[in-house]
Each structure stands twice: as C-alpha cells, then as structure tokens.
Design a binder for this molecule. Structure first.
Ligand SMILES: Cc1ncc(COP(=O)(O)O)c(C=O)c1O
Length: 478
C-alpha cells in the first residue's frame, strides 16, 4: 500500500488525471467556441463563497470533480460573448506549456534554478526589444504590467538621481509625469517610491483621451515651482479606458529637451509592434528608455507574462543595482543569466516557455492575425454603434476597446450614470455577455475590450439588442 505522498506523486495517476483534465478543457473549448452556455457565472461573491465553503467540506470523491466544478463556474474568456477586461483567451499550446512549467517549477532567480527558462527568456526579450526598435536592448520578464511599471520607474529613478537612490531613499521632491488617463500603476509606483500623491503629476488629455503634449512644458514648470521636479514621463500606448495612443514622438522630444527618462506603458497596446499594419501607432517608441508589454493581454499568452525592455540593455540592471555592484563589470554586462538581480521577484514563474510555445508553433504571424482580427472587430462595433441612434460612442477606436452609452432623451437624464451601472449589472447577471464600465469626463460609459478573435458581428448585434432591451425596461421602471 502506497503512503499518501507516494500516492500524490504517482506518475501513472498523473497521466490518467492529465488525460482527463485535457479532455475536460477540450470539451469546454468546443462548447464555448460554439457560443453555448453562459460567459460568466451569475452568482454573487457571497453565494460563491458559500458554494465553495460547503463544497470543500464534502467528502472527497472523484479527483476531477473539483476541476470540473471550477471550469463550470469560471468566467469563460474563450466564449465569443466575452468582451470585458483586457485579459486574453490563451492559445491552448501556451496553456500546455504552462502545465509543463508548473510541474517542473523551475524557480529562475538564479540560472541554475531554470537554465532553459532563462535562455528562452533572453531570446524572447531580444526579439521583443527589436520589435520596439531597440537593437541594443535588454530586459526581462516579470509578473504583470503593474509590477513591471514599478521596476521600470525604479530604473528611471536610479539613472536620473543616482545609483544610491535605492540604498539611501529619496526625498519626496521628485515626480513622474503622465496623463490623466494613464493606468493607475504609474501613480502607484510613485507612491511606492515614497513620493506620495504629488509624486505623480497629471497632464490633461484632449478630447481623444490622448496626453496634451502641448501642455508638457507648462505642467513641468508648474510642478518644479511647486517643489516637485519630474524625472520621467510615462506615455500610454495605449490607455486602458479608451485604448488611445499618446503621441510618443512628441513626448520623446520633450524628454530629450528636458533630460528626462521616457517610459512607455505599452502593457496593452505595444503588442501592435507585431503587426505591420498597426505598428505606426507606436511611432516614437524606439526613442523610449523603457517599455512594458504584457503578453497576456493582446498576445494570447496565459497570465502573467510581461516584458520590460530597455533601449540600452545595460539599464535593465538599474532598478535594483547598488553601488558596489555597479562597479563590478559583471553586474553591468555579465551574469545576464541570474535574472533575480534585475527583477522584483526572487522565485519567478518560468513564463518564457508559454511565450516560446506560441512563437515556435505559429510564429509572430499568429500575434499579427489576432491583432488584425480584434482591431477589425472594434471598428465593426464602432460602426454598428454609430449607425444606431440608440447609442453614442466616446471616441473612434484606435485599439480593440470601444466605450459607448445608451442615448435616448430619458437615458440622458440626471440618473443616466446610475442607469448604466444597473444595465451593466443586469447584463452580467444574465450570464450571457461580459462587458465592463469606465468613467470618462466624470460620466459612466459601458466599455468593451474585444479580446476574443472568435467574437463575430452577430454577437455584437446581439449585445446591442440586449442592452437596448435593458434600457427600455429601466426607463419604464423610472
Ligand atoms: C495600460 C495598462 N498598463 C498597465 C496595466 C496593468 O497590467 P497588469 O494587469 O498586467 O498588472 C494595464 C491593465 O489593464 C493597462 O491597461
């Protein structure tokens, strides 16, 4: 009789469960690809907690039951009526690579704990850097766009204020500039560096939700006069709410003139570097000092998988460099393979295998095809909305994101925001669609990120009819 540990590590049991797990997921994929069943679990958080609390106390039955229940109750990103947050429906081969990564658990902080993962990571970073226009670039993979932003801005601080800034800390007299539409991770990074609320200096946006680059000098000077000297500017490529691309060339000019670090938050939109028809949106990115790109957003990779790339690869050491190390040649140029010296993480998922699996199986053409498809869907959706007098849109899409509102005299009234919040809630509660909401110019807008390349025009039309139905019903209730 095998003891518990022997049972848990039994390779034949793993084989048998693995086949069943793949069958479960393949059946799930086939089902949602046919747009069958709900996109989203309609239960609220309290009911869901109750369900699982009860479930976990039941006697252990079939090994696969937990996973089967989990799949059934999850939000289904592969469903064509998933149109919500910017997380992709991953390509199955990358999920299989994830399974391999997880079982091997190569920890990566030092080369010896992840030799292949480390080498593949370098290969991916070098290729990604070239896509950004950085022939001498370098960088690393890290756990998400938010952590990546902090790492890049720590590097900016070290290069702008000196390598001692990490060791000694810095007074709250410095700041980073970015637009009012920049993702909150920019401001959070400034807070984490101890610069408080005023550490992130907001540049207003224009009516297309792009940074007002004509105001950069004025905002900079006002900030200096108020005792806050900006050391860097964050350009959004693109913004989260509306998918608007800042004018990166103009920001690069400004940074050049003022001697500032130029960081591009391309967590979502820098992916278009992989699509020749869309790449011009990034014009000027090749002049950035650092760029963040999430593979788990538009590049079909399971979360988390984020690249931080630096135009000068030597700067990829800057975030956590300390004086003594800085003097050692090995810290600057060598030991590229001990990734933990450059990343927040010590132990880190070997995320490179997931990206490499896609690259190897389909090449970057798969990225390009996905980008073309989801951008075309956003244009199609915008056209449908524009032709329909029941709706209005915030702005023509530059990315795969579309923000819109119901537009009738009743819905333009004082409670219009509350009504939109309720309509979205009802829609999600129906389980049939998943969309999100945002606030633009102080008003609530419905928001779709068309992440799933298998969403079709018919699904978009169905969404509009469903929303219009909710709108009419709510007007009557009013
Ligand atoms: C522009 C932008 N930056 C950063 C992030 C944060 O990325 P992550 O969710 O990977 O931490 C997002 C997420 O939506 C984003 O849209």
């Amino acid at each position: 009789m095998k003891d518990l540990l022997e049972q848990a590590f039994d390779s034949e049991k793993f084989r048998e469960m693995g086949h069943r797990a793949v069958d479960l997921l393949a059946n799930h994929l086939a089902k949602v690809a046919a747009a069958s069943g709900n996109v989203v679990n309609a239960e609220g958080p309290e009911q869901e907690f109750e369900y699982w609390s009860e479930y976990m106390q039941q006697p252990h039955g079939d090994d696969m039951d937990l996973m089967t229940q989990f799949v059934g109750r999850a939000i289904h990103l592969h469903h064509p009526r998933y149109m919500g947050h910017q997380v992709c429906a991953p390509v199955p081969v990358a999920a299989l690579a994830g399974l391999v990564s997880e079982l091997l658990n190569n920890g990566m902080a030092v080369y010896e704990m992840g030799p292949s993962a480390t080498a593949l990571e370098r290969w991916i970073i070098e290729k990604t850097a070239i896509q950004m226009g950085f022939p001498n670039g370098g960088g690393f993979l890290t756990s998400g766009g938010t952590l990546a932003m902090s790492t890049a801005l720590l590097a900016a601080r070290a290069r702008q204020l000196g390598v001692d800034s990490l060791q000694t800390g810095t007074a709250p007299q410095w700041a980073v500039m970015g637009s009012s539409e920049a993702h909150y991770c920019s401001a959070r990074a400034c807070h984490v560096m101890g610069w408080g609320q005023d550490g992130f200096v907001v540049v207003p946006v224009d009516r297309l939700f792009k940074m007002r680059v004509d105001l950069l000098d004025e905002v900079y000077e006002r900030s200096v006069a108020a005792g806050r000297t900006p050391i860097a500017v964050v350009g959004s490529a693109c913004t989260t709410s509306t998918g608007s691309y800042d004018d990166l060339s103009a920001i690069a000019d400004f940074c050049n003139r003022r001697g500032l670090w130029f960081h591009v938050d391309g967590a979502h939109g820098a992916a278009v570097a992989f699509c020749p028809e869309l790449r011009s949106r990034l014009s000027g990115i090749e002049r950035a000092d650092s760029v963040v790109l999430d593979f788990h957003k538009l590049l079909l990779t399971p979360a988390l998988a984020t690249a931080v790339v630096f135009r000068d690869g030597a700067n990829s050491w800057a975030a956590f460099e300390q004086k003594a190390h800085y003097l050692w040649d090995s810290a600057r140029q060598g030991e590229w393979f001990n990734v933990g010296r450059r990343t927040f993480e010590c132990t880190k998922l070997s995320m490179s295998l997931k990206i490499a699996a896609i690259w190897r199986a389909y090449g970057t053409e798969l990225f390009a095809e996905n980008l073309r498809r989801v951008h075309a869907l956003a244009n199609c959706f915008h056209a449908l909305l524009s032709q329909d007098p029941r709706f209005e849109t915030a702005v023509a899409p530059e990315s795969n994101i579309v923000c819109f509102r119901l537009h009738t005299p009743e819905l333009d009234g004082p409670d219009a925001d509350g009504l939109h919040v309720r309509i979205r809630k009802d829609l999600v509660a129906s389980g049939e669609f998943y969309i999100v909401q945002t606030v633009l110019h102080g008003r609530v807008w419905l928001r779709t990120a068309l992440m799933n390349p298998f969403t079709q025009e018919t699904h978009l039309r169905e969404l509009l009819e469903k929303l219009a139905g909710f709108g009419c019903r709510d007007q009557k209730i009013e």
